[in-house]
Design a binder for this molecule. Structure first.
Ligand code: NAP
Length: 286
């Protein structure tokens, strides 16, 4: 029986990246749906669950993508609410790459340094990747601080981590270098999770930092999130620190993406959100 992935995308054009990644994960056929709104999801999911018997439904799965992560989260909830008893399919959320990117960054950084009980700072941790990375670090026992240019946004993002992931993280403003230095005081790890093409961590701040041990950056678009690093660095030792650039993390992110999509077809009742994608990343990085 063919493995069919129903790709529900909230953008006007469904993501080519997600379709190619699906085929590279071993899917036989991808059904792409673009401009999908939350209210469209139930009927599309019905099409997936009513077409095969319960014993065959592990051969159908749903992937939720698109650049609007908040809408993607609503789509995931509606997809799950659409299941009827044993009539369900596995579903994965990776809108804008949020889960695979955060999971890959955290797993890679933790494979280089034990950050349990240590301070970790997620710079510009108010976006979808940063929020998830902050939550995953905290779930691994780190003392997490996320930053923003704005104190209210930092606190809002920290509160959203607590509400969704049941862990506590601090939120502080770090628009100026003085505040950034204060946020990084005593930190062992830092992940730069800002928007593409924005430098958040100047070389002068990290190069002689007395406690930083591992640095990660998910911004692959120059200028990079961390000044003075190379995008392809993968556990590169520099100035006594271990550094991951965005492509160094991105290569692993692709492995996590492929393995996660492949997992969807092992059974018909998996929900792969941040924690589950991270579990796969951890397995792959160990
Ligand atoms: P995002 O939502 O676009 O941005 C994250 C945060 O960056 C924003 O909440 C904002 O925080 C801050 N920011 C935006 N413009 C800024 C500016 N001009 N100066 C300083 N800070 C600014 O990011 P995301 O979607 O979470 O993604 C994070 C990073 O991961 C991006 O660089 C993205 O390209 C990368 N990414 C990589 C992959 C991959 O496959 N390698 C996949 C997904 C994402 P405040 O407004 O609170 O300051």
């Amino acid at each position: 029986m063919k493995k069919i992935l129903v790709q529900l995308d909230n953008d006007e054009s469904a993501s080519v990246f997600d379709t190619v990644a699906a085929y590279d994960s071993g899917v036989d056929s991808v059904l792409q749906y673009a401009s999908v709104a939350p209210e469209d999801v139930q009927n599309l999911v019905y099409g997936a669950i009513f077409t095969r018997g319960p014993q065959d439904l592990k051969n159908s799965a749903v992937f939720i993508g698109g650049s609007d992560v908040a809408v993607g989260e609503k789509m995931l909830k509606i997809a799950q609410d659409s299941f009827i008893g044993p009539l369900k399919v596995s579903v994965m959320l990776d809108a804008n790459g949020c889960n695979t990117t955060a999971a890959a960054a955290v797993a890679k950084m933790l494979s280089s340094a034990d950050l349990s009980g240590e301070k970790v700072v997620v710079l510009a941790g108010t976006g979808p990747v940063g929020i998830r990375a902050a939550a995953l670090f905290a779930q691994e026992g780190a003392e997490v601080t996320l930053t923003s240019r704005d104190q209210a946004r930092a606190e809002e993002a920290a509160a959203s981590v607590s509400a969704r992931f049941d862990v506590k993280v601090a939120g502080v403003a770090a628009a100026e270098e003085e505040d950034l230095r204060a946020a990084l005081e005593g930190a062992r790890g830092v992940l730069s999770a800002g928007a593409a093409g924005v430098t958040l961590l100047p070389e002068s701040v990290w190069i002689e930092h007395p406690t930083l041990q591992v640095l990660g950056d998910v911004n692959a678009v120059p200028p990079l999130g961390i000044e003075g690093i190379k995008v392809h660095w993968k556990a590169k030792e520099k100035h006594g620190k271990i550094i991951y650039g965005a492509i160094g993390i991105g290569d692993f992110k692709m492995k996590v993406h492929h393995a996660s999509v492949a997992r969807l077809f092992e059974q018909n009742d998996l929900v792969l959100d941040a924690e589950e994608v991270y579990a796969t990343a951890k397995e792959l990085s160990s």
